[in-house]
Design a protein around this ligand. Structure first.
Ligand code: PHE
Ligand code: NA
Length: 434
């Protein structure tokens, strides 16, 4: 149970509430949504299972896992990509977590008196709603310190409590907000953009949205960074991996789609469009709308408080990757490892917090590519190094349906999905005329 909570806590985060609406808006709305959902089912679920199999089989962090299971140091070196990915992820995630934390801390004051306007960096610009200022640096550091404290204290209890509060609270708040958003002027245009799917648009945009859709699917499911490998090292042999992977994907997708039902109607009612809303979308729509709500201050505080929890249960899973690597492989003490990695991210994150262009690159293409490459590595490992052992692990603790699915699954993760991911990677890098 602790494991499932931790994995759901890692998956559900800013990827669902902040990144999903923004990336969906930038890629044309409904056509993107459909491709994204298909990738979650066809790549996401089998992909989670790949990381689970590696983690439970080895009982280790990604570096140790690849080395032990293959008996070769070279695979251990390949696994170190995860460490880099963890640091890159946290370097921008902590900045966004900082913006959220700032809205949480200051919404009581600001929304009650001044409205959300003081937060809007440069109204109408791409980064409307967020600010690349020294305040952003301060809140980034504060968010990182919170993350480090939880990881330092031993993450198990923290995650369990956090997730038990966060999941019901976030569902309740999002449902309430979605109902309220549906009553706002121009909400219909938001639904239209988000949900009205037509084949012609899909066909015209298919190859353009493939890369971003795959990137978003991996990001939101915490895939390709080794998080699921690490967490799965704690799964008992009696649990069904396919069942757990599906549960995580369903819950995570539900929160994402629901967040869209809040953000899009509000975006269209506040700004009249979604296309150029960018990373500030959540802040513009939600904070702007809260200011108009009766008891908006209170709801804003509750909302940003819950989102802060969701962000923390994800950021600790990012920090845990390099920390468990340093502790397991080099026998660092936990405090030193946490302090060292957090110290590094104070610097890298602060640069992101001040440089919009760099931030945009790290939060988008860089992280997308790292996660894609990471997942390709894990899945090729499952297919070509573990092979039948992977099938064995896949079946352990699950029923007859899993037995039937295990062989097709191995083919998918060993061949089809890596091919597909290489293709999306090349197309998002703009290579090969794709
Ligand atoms: N899945 C998390 C979210 O949606 C982000 C994440 C990515 C966490 C990769 C860990 C590893 O916010
Ligand atoms: Na997510």
């Amino acid at each position: 149970m602790g494991f499932i909570l931790a994995a759901v806590g890692s998956a559900v985060g800013l990827g669902n509430i902040w990144r999903f609406p923004w990336v969906t808006a930038e890629n044309g709305g409904s056509a993107f949504l459909l491709v994204y959902l298909a990738i979650v089912v066809l790549v996401g679920v089998p992909g989670i299972l790949g990381e689970f199999v590696i983690g439970r089989r080895s009982g280790r962090n990604p570096v140790g896992a690849l080395r032990e299971l293959s008996g070769s140091r070279t695979w251990g070196l390949v696994g170190m990509l995860s460490v880099l990915t963890g640091v890159a992820l946290l370097s921008f995630y902590s900045v966004v977590g900082g913006w959220i934390l700032r809205y949480f801390v200051e919404s009581l004051v600001a929304l009650g008196t001044a409205g959300p306007a003081p937060y809007f960096a440069d109204p109408g610009s791409y980064y409307d709603g967020i600010a690349f200022t020294t305040d952003a640096v301060l809140y980034h550091v504060a968010f990182l310190v919170l993350t480090a404290l939880i990881v330092f204290a031993g993450i198990r209890r923290g995650i369990e409590i956090g997730t038990k509060v966060m999941m019901p609270a976030i569902l309740l708040l999002l449902v309430g907000l979605a109902v309220w958003a549906s009553q706002q002027p121009n909400a219909a245009a938001g639904y239209e953009f988000y949900l009205s799917f037509d084949l012609a648009t899909l066909r015209a945009n298919f190859f353009d949205v493939l890369g971003p859709a795959a990137g978003q699917a991996l990001f939101t499911l915490s895939l390709g960074a080794g998080t699921m490998v690490t967490y799965a090292s704690y799964i008992g042999d009696d649990r069904s991996l396919p069942f757990d992977a599906t549960t995580i994907a369903v819950l995570n997708t539900f929160v994402g789609v629901l967040a869209g039902l809040v953000v899009f109607p509000l975006l269209f009612s506040v700004t009249g469009e979604a296309g150029s809303s960018g990373p500030g979308a959540l802040f513009v729509s939600i904070a702007g709308a809260f200011a108009r709500l009766p008891a908006g201050t209170l709801i804003a505080t509750a909302f940003f408080g819950v989102v802060t929890l969701a962000a923390l249960s994800s950021s600790i899973s990012m920090l845990e990757i390099p920390v468990s690597f340093l502790v397991d492989e080099f026998e660092f003490s936990r405090p030193v490892a946490v302090g060292g990695v957090a110290g590094l991210v104070v610097v890298t994150g602060s640069v992101n917090a001040l440089r919009p262009a760099l931030f945009g690159f790290v939060a988008g293409p860089l992280v997308d590519s790292l996660l894609t490459i990471g997942l390709i590595v894990f899945l090729l490992f499952v297919g070509w190094v573990l092979g039948v052992d992977a099938v064995d692990e896949f079946r352990r603790g699950s029923g007859s349906l899993a037995n039937t699915l295990s062989t097709p699954w191995l083919l998918a993760v060993g061949v089809a999905i890596p091919f597909f991911l290489v293709f999306t990677l090349l197309s998002s890098l703009g290579l090969g005329g794709i």
